[in-house]
Design a protein around this ligand. Structure first.
Ligand code: C5P
Length: 232
């Protein structure tokens, strides 16, 4: 009998979020009565598709153990790493004994608290029969410039440009080996880029524009606005 394929969520949450100018990492800032990371994790848990959610947390993080969700039966805590990719790899290692190579892993930024069950289901339905996997992304509406030393050196053809969002969905075995092969490579700022370096061409699935990443202080107000509008 073949074992059924499982879905795992991996949440890198070991960043410091320097661009927020706050007294704590951005995932612990308050948004609509909860911290950013609580919103993110509760939305993943409530989507009801994941066997567990592995969260990468910095070893010097005093905020995480204080949150009720850190003790949730489906939440596994892993040590964070130097770069985002190291944190993801550490979270993958924490579920090594539970996951099989063909299982799907959805990696989602802790700093994207507006993720909806609609987007998660859309990504899974679009890719679950795919060999490799892919990512949620948004096409670019702005005209994009290549800038060198403060001046415009060229205009990119925006019809080919997409913004990479999360979740990014890949097979456990393939993702782990691609991240291991890319260790130390600073150009790997998402999971898809690690697979691209191995010669794979991950798929694009159009996501919702409300799935924003909290990066700057004003993003918190925008996230709150989106949450008030969402009813799915
Ligand atoms: O800094 P940025 O917004 O790109 O971070 C994206 C996600 O990666 C955040 O959720 C952050 O906490 C996480 N991260 C991590 N380990 C690092 C750096 C970032 O888990 N070393």
């Amino acid at each position: 009998m073949t074992q059924s394929i499982k879905f795992w969520a991996v949440v890198p949450a070991a960043g410091v979020g320097k661009r927020m100018n706050a007294d704590r990492p951005k995932q612990y800032l308050e948004l609509a009565g909860k911290t950013v990371i609580e919103h993110t994790l509760l939305r993943l848990l409530n989507a009801d598709v994941f066997s567990a959610v592995a969260v990468a947390i910095s070893e010097e993080d005093p905020f995480w153990p204080e949150l009720e969700v850190s003790a949730h039966e489906k939440v596994i805590t892993a040590a964070g790493g130097k770069e985002r990719a190291d944190s993801v790899l550490s979270a993958l290692q924490s579920i090594r004994a539970l996951a099989s190579d063909d299982d799907w892993v959805l990696v989602h930024d802790a700093a994207r608290p507006c993720i909806t069950a609609t987007d998660i289901r859309h990504l899974i339905n679009s890719l679950e029969n795919d060999e490799i996997g892919g990512i949620l992304a948004l096409s670019s509406h702005d005209t994009l410039k290549n800038v060198q030393g403060g001046s415009i050196a060229g205009t990119l053809d925006r019809s080919h440009i997409w913004r990479a969002l999360t979740p990014q969905m890949f097979r456990y075995g393939l993702l782990k080996s691609a991240l291991e092969a890319a260790e130390g490579n600073k150009a790997v700022t998402d999971e898809a880029s690690a697979l691209e370096l191995q010669g794979w061409q991950p798929k694009i699935v159009e996501g919702r524009p409300d799935n924003i990443k909290i990066t700057r202080p004003e993003d918190l107000a925008l996230a709150q606005f989106y949450m008030e509008q969402q009813n799915d």
